[in-house]
Write a protein that binds this ligand. Structure first.
Ligand code: BGC
Length: 856
């Protein structure tokens, strides 16, 4: 194996940093600019704020990537040649923050110990509220500019809070931002956040606001590039920003047992537009350093597609990129409809001042269909569909009316997902409108949709229990590889016990050990990998797959050693910061064993990647991760994550893309394709489905009506699967209408495989059969491993002996009072799906590091 033994930076790291630095400005959303940015002639900076020195590169939890180093805002500005005049403030803040953080965690730990709860679980994703403090702002008033970097952090295991210090500003932040805005003619508020922060209390009085987001390793450099005009921001929001009390989901968020999605399809802009409520910053909004003219020149219909020709010209004085967004307003009928929904988008290439480009955008008409639950049909209701084009959801013009004379059924499904005892919210009153809307509608061309061009999709649902492949002779994996035998022969040759092992991940933990200590470092082959498929069949030569976390890069142990008995041992992550004697002492801790390095690149968080509205760039990030997977021998990346940002309060939103399923699905598909460019490398898209809060995440029940489930929560996954065919998928912890998702046959088989044609295998999220619960009074029990196999969720991860036992018992005691009795055919079908992917990926596996060592 070609492990990296030198601490020096490798070529691929250098190149990947460049990729991130170059791409990062496309994630930044300029929210306001009263002639301040870009900053010309700046040498001295008065720098303040929680994110100035303690910059956040991405949230916490399994999505946190262990990097060699990442560039803070302070460092980025200093590297760009700026002199920071506020050392005293930054040091003062650092001390306060450290103290608050230490106290916070030691209190949590103490309490967990008192309550007899696992401290790691009790602390998971919890971050202290931003404190109030008194630090003098006195500084050299002659500094050329004042910059206030405001940061928030969150992560897996906990949700955000609607209070000051989290979603809202602290009194201190408010006071300091307003004071600085007053005393400095040039002042910039920078938001180093992974999601919403309500800045309404200061926004009016601040001349420039830049949503930096959390951009991984190069956050600080990219910030300096944009502030100083070496690069320009071209991101657009993928979530509506408004006061937290205004979101339709706020009233029904975070119940530990049952969270009712009563707002229905009215998530994000679908709600704000339909009830004509003005957000602070609308979905799709973002400024640049220049201006654009957008002219829709032609709209046509061809077969079942709408095609738009749009001319875009840079009318300002600086280079830039613009995002053309196309929305459709469907006519209401039996089904109510939101004011508008995004149907396609495209980003221009860089346009120099004066330069123009002609863009062609298209979308399938079926994208405008809605779900009629009573008949289990996707339908296009008759009437006029308004097509709107613009560069923000609230800055569009009507460019065409598509007329449909009769109702068209675009897909005939069957009911799935269970039921609720409520009906979804339906907006009343007048939706959003604007001065010229009626005139635009009258003037826009009317195009008639020929209903015959739209075929009804019909689905063959397969409900039969898979037939047994029988019991055959023993086959070696090498015979399958050479084609002498096929996988079905291999599977037929396995005992039930062996099959049950294939359906559970490889896990070395002694059941008496603290199983949680292995999270993030469960790899026997790759240090820091999150899990592996079984090793049980290595005697027949079957290889295993290695899985590592994301989504903000590849999460591995950066420094490790291999002990004399062959075990991988993670070394401290702060190793990189050690120097001189400290380093020598440290090395003595692990005498006679080599030290290996796996420094991976932290890419922008999921939300920031979606904010680029640039699927090619999303593909580039996937490509970057794929290259690092090849370098470090990881087969499956546990990413991208595409749950819908139903509420800004979800602690894990930063990992996700958007409140909108279209942009979520397209971004996930592009990242998947980027990874899959690398032979033998693939992804597990996650967390399928309706995992939209972290509070009591293992046993929280998402209560959702089917139309909402299909149109909002399933839609992004459908797109990602149909476009990119990821080899694996991770189901979610939560229940859906009373049953855990991995135990739902209708979701894991009827929807996933029969309706969408998913060909890979499905795995659970980690420890879903029990052990991670934080609510000891939880109403709902964990999932069942045999129930997963029965539903079509093939693999239980990370895999505990109890899971294998449960599956085997359900098989052997078939017919005896088992809640999920399993046949041999069911075991074989699931094993076959897992092995098909093992075969596909391992055959293409490059020898360790060889192919990719030259990715310079
Ligand atoms: C997270 C997943 C992650 C897995 C493995 C779980 O706690 O929800 O997103 O991939 O752990 O680390």
């Amino acid at each position: 194996m070609m492990r990296i033994t030198s601490y020096e930076m490798t070529n691929f790291e250098v190149n990947h940093l460049q990729t991130v630095r170059q791409g990062a400005p496309e994630s930044m959303v300029l929210l306001k600019n009263a002639g301040i940015l870009p900053l010309d002639e700046v040498k001295t900076v008065a720098l303040f704020g929680s994110g100035a020195r303690e910059t956040i590169k991405g949230g916490t939890g399994s999505g946190d990537v262990n990097v060699r180093h990442f560039v803070t805002a302070e460092e980025g500005l200093t590297d760009a040649g700026m002199t920071i005049t506020t050392e005293e403030w930054l040091t003062g803040y650092h001390k306060i923050k450290q103290q608050v953080t230490n106290e916070f965690y030691s209190k949590l730990k103490q309490k967990a110990e008192q309550d007899g709860v696992n401290p790691m679980l009790a602390m998971m994703g919890k971050t202290p509220l931003e404190p109030d403090y008194d630090l003098s702002l006195k500084c050299d008033k002659t500094a050329d500019v004042a910059i206030y970097v405001l940061a928030r952090n969150s992560g897996e295991g906990s949700d955000r809070r609607r209070v000051r210090g989290d979603i809202r500003l602290t009194e201190t932040e408010k006071r300091d931002i307003l004071a600085l805005a007053k005393s400095f003619p040039r002042f910039v508020l920078v938001l180093n956040v992974g999601g919403l922060v309500d800045i309404a209390e200061v926004a009016d009085q601040v001349p420039a606001i830049l949503l930096l987001s959390q951009l991984g390793t190069e956050t600080g450099h990219a910030l300096a590039d944009v502030l100083l005009g070496k690069a320009y921001p071209s991101g657009k929001l993928t979530m509506t920003w408004a006061p937290i009390s205004d979101y339709a989901s706020t009233a029904n968020f975070g119940d530990p047992d049952n969270t009712e999605y009563r707002e229905g399809i009215y998530v994000g802009y679908r709600y704000f537009d339909s009830v004509n409520l003005k957000p602070d910053y609308p979905f799709g909004f973002g400024l640049g350093y220049t201006s654009f003219m957008i002219q829709t020149q032609q709209v046509t219909l061809k077969d079942d597609q709408a095609i738009l020709k749009v001319h875009v010209q840079n009318t300002g004085n600086r280079a830039g990129k613009e995002v053309i967004q196309v929305y459709a307003s469907a006519p209401a009928g039996e089904l109510d409809q939101p004011y508008q929904e995004l149907v396609t988008y495209s980003k221009t290439p860089e346009l120099a001042p004066g330069a123009a480009v002609d863009m062609t955008l298209h979308f399938p008409l079926t994208r405008m269909a809605s779900y009629l639950e009573e008949k289990a049909q996707m339908i296009l209701q008759p009437g006029d569909y308004r097509i709107r084009v613009g560069n923000c959801s609230r800055r569009t013009h009507v460019v065409a009316n598509l007329h449909l004379a009769r109702l068209v059924v675009t897909a005939q499904y069957e009911n799935i997902g269970g039921t609720t005892d409520f009906t979804d919210f339906v907006p009343v009153g007048t939706p959003l409108t604007y001065a010229t809307e009626t005139e635009e509608v009258t003037k826009a061309p009317i195009l008639t949709i020929d209903p015959k061009t739209i075929k009804t999709k019909r689905v063959a649902y397969n409900k039969t229990v898979p037939a047994s492949l029988g019991t055959g002779e023993r086959v070696k994996w090498s015979q399958v590889v050479t084609g002498e035998k096929n996988l079905s022969d291999f599977v037929a040759g396995l005992q039930d016990e062996e099959l049950s092992q294939v359906l559970v991940g490889y896990h070395t933990a002694n059941p008496d050990d603290d199983v949680f200590s292995v999270i993030g470092n469960a790899g026997s082959k790759v240090a820091g990998a999150a899990g592996e498929t079984t090793h049980a069949l290595s005697r027949l030569g079957m290889p295993f797959l290695v899985m590592a976390d994301g989504p903000a890069g590849l999460r591995l142990s950066p420094v490790y050693t291999q002990t004399l008995d062959g075990k991988l041992k993670e070394l401290t992550t702060s190793f990189a910061n050690l120097a001189g004697a400290d380093r020598d002492n440290f090395m003595q801790e692990v005498p006679d064993t080599p030290i290996f390095y796996q420094y991976c690149t932290a890419i922008p968080i999921g939300t920031a990647i979606a904010q680029t509205w640039n699927t090619e760039l999303a593909k580039t990030y996937g490509d970057l991760v794929g290259a690092e997977m090849a370098q470090f021998d990881v087969d499956i990346w546990l990413a991208p994550a595409l749950n819908i940002q139903r509420s800004p309060l979800n602690g894990r939103n930063f990992e996700y893309f958007s409140e909108d399923p279209l942009i979520s699905g397209l971004t996930a598909a592009a990242m998947t394709q980027g990874v899959q460019k690398h032979p033998g490398k693939s992804v597990a898209i996650k967390h399928f489905v309706a995992n939209n809060q972290e509070t009591n995440r293992q046993s929280s029940n998402s209560v959702i009506n089917e139309r909402t489930l299909r149109e909002i929560y399933l839609a992004g996954f459908a797109l990602a699967i149909k476009i990119a065919q990821p080899h694996t998928l991770m189901s979610s912890y939560n229940l859906l209408n009373g049953v855990h998702v991995p135990n739902r046959f209708d979701i894991m088989t009827s929807v996933l495989r029969d309706e969408w044609g998913f060909k890979g295998f499905a795995m659970t999220d980690w420890f879903t059969t029990g052990g991670l619960e934080t609510d000891t009074n939880a109403t709902h029990a964990p999932t069942s491993a045999p129930g997963e196999v029965a539903a079509g969720n093939d693999l239980t991860m990370p895999g505990l002996p109890a899971d294998t036992d449960a599956i085997l018992t359900a098989r052997l005691e078939h017919g005896k009072d088992q809640p999920y009795p399993l046949t041999r055919g069911q075991l074989q079908a699931a094993a076959l799906r897992i092995m098909t992917v093992i075969l596909q990926l391992s055959q293409n596996r490059s020898k360790f590091g060889e192919k990719e060592a030259s990715i310079q």
